[in-house]
Design a protein around this ligand. Structure first.
Ligand SMILES: [Zn+2]
Length: 439
């Protein structure tokens, strides 16, 4: 008899293999023992793989169940879609949707939804892609439902980003450059680009080692926004892409993925050099796929940061929300990671806010809008407003620096002032969070 233990990867015994009586009747020798040992190792690996495979199968099944449940609860009920379906949709002019200076700050929730519908109607997308009106209502409601109630990266932000895209297409001269499917995907991508945002950035996901960061090491949140977008598009009653043929559908998903990932500023920094180059050298060939892709990415960034190109009153309000969310992340970093947050996320450094805004405009916004203005002069209002807001922030930064110096010199403790009172710094935080809105 020859016996051999079967071990797992950790060396623990899983079982025993046994040989009894060789056919030729001779005794087992050293050679048999070595061969049998090798055999037992393979047995161990086989058992290990089988167990792993069973585990994976169970995990996949569990994930499917979770996804089914999630997609049921995540999508809007059909009754809600039927209610919205009956409401009249105001015109673009009534809503001011064609203007780059548009603001949603005083709109009701229903109004934002109807305005989103108006944009799809005016772009003739329901007709062109044979989208059922009720399905469109339900998809919009589901998208809105999947934004969390965070200070800045919420449905209102997504809606505003989509409105800027609409204005760029209709008033910014991009209608003739973009194809129907591109227009459709850019609009869907704008509304979906921050789905399920948690009010914390990619870096934070990495720092707290969130499951999302394990799943995606780069563009962590953007990959998640795209996944959520697909989840909604695939949910029953929300399938606005249902009537695309398989080829169109594959193309649409590719366009969506690219557009949503393009909203990661790290991606913008990586691709903008090439875009600026072709624009600068007047080498724009919009019939070339690579160049169109760069253009679509740049348009997504232009829309995502378009709060900076709103009238000063609106820009101030939104900057409050943006920094409110940043400071909340800073607070979490202090609590959970025992870390002093970067200046941008640090409540105690809020006097630097105007200066940080100037830095943001110079490094990110102005180059983007300057290049798009070169693509089409009709997008110049974005550049002009951005420039004008930069001047306002610069003015506040100068006053703020002077005040800090005075503070230093008299060594007194000055009380914090809200921008509405002092116009020099922004107070932010949940308590003063969102501006008043109609219910
Ligand atoms: Zn965004």
């Amino acid at each position: 008899m020859l016996c051999m233990p079967i071990k797992n990867a950790n060396g623990a015994i899983q079982g025993v293999s046994l040989l009894v009586n060789k056919i030729d009747g001779s005794a087992f020798n050293k050679n048999d023992e070595d061969m049998f040992e090798a055999f037992a190792i393979f047995c161990g690996m086989g058992i290990h793989n089988t167990k792993m495979y069973e585990k994976v199968c169970r995990a996949v099944a569990k994930q499917r169940v979770a996804l089914e449940t999630l997609s049921y609860h995540a999508t809007a009920p059909s009754e809600e879609a039927q209610r919205i379906k009956k409401l009249p949709v105001p015109t673009s002019n009534e809503l001011g949707l064609l203007k780059f200076s548009f603001s949603e700050l005083r709109m009701t929730e229903d109004e934002t939804l109807l305005a989103a519908m108006r944009m799809f109607l005016d772009l003739d997308l329901l007709n062109k892609f044979r989208i059922n009106y009720e399905t469109m209502c339900r998809w919009l409601l589901s998208v809105r439902k999947n934004y969390r109630n965070v200070t800045y990266h919420n449905w209102r932000h997504a809606f505003t980003v989509a409105q800027t895209m609409f204005a760029i297409i209709k008033s910014g001269g991009m209608k003739n450059v973009l194809t129907d499917i591109e227009v459709m995907c850019l609009m869907v991508a704008c509304l979906s680009h921050d789905l399920d945002h948690r009010g914390t950035n990619n870096n934070f996901q990495v720092m707290i080692e969130s499951p999302l960061a394990q799943l995606y090491s780069t563009s962590t949140m953007e990959h998640h926004h795209f996944d959520q977008c697909i989840m909604i598009l695939n949910s029953k009653g929300n399938e606005i892409f249902m009537n695309l043929n398989p080829e169109e559908y594959t193309n649409a998903i590719r366009l969506l993925e690219h557009a949503i990932l393009a909203t990661d500023l790290a991606v913008y920094f990586k691709s903008r050099g090439e875009f600026f180059h072709i624009v600068e050298e007047q080498k724009c060939e919009w019939n070339e796929d690579d160049q169109r892709e760069l253009l679509r990415g740049m348009l997504m960034t232009a829309c995502d940061i378009s709060a900076i190109s709103k009238p000063w009153d609106v820009q101030k309000e939104i900057a409050k929300l943006v920094f409110g969310e940043f400071f909340e992340q800073g607070d979490l970093e202090r609590q959970q990671l025992n870390k002093v947050p970067d200046d941008m996320m640090n409540r105690e450094k809020r006097d630097l806010l105007p200066k940080m805004q100037v830095g943001f405009v110079d490094a990110i916004c102005l180059p983007c809008y300057e290049s798009l203005t070169k693509v089409n002069d009709k997008m110049k209002p974005l550049l002009d407003m951005c420039q004008s807001n930069r001047n306002n922030w610069q003015h506040l930064a100068t006053i703020s620096t002077q005040q800090m110096e005075e503070k230093e010199s008299i060594k007194g403790s000055a009380e914090e002032k809200d921008i509405d009172e002092s116009e020099t710094s922004l107070s932010t935080g949940k308590s003063q969070g969102a501006p008043p809105r109609k219910k």
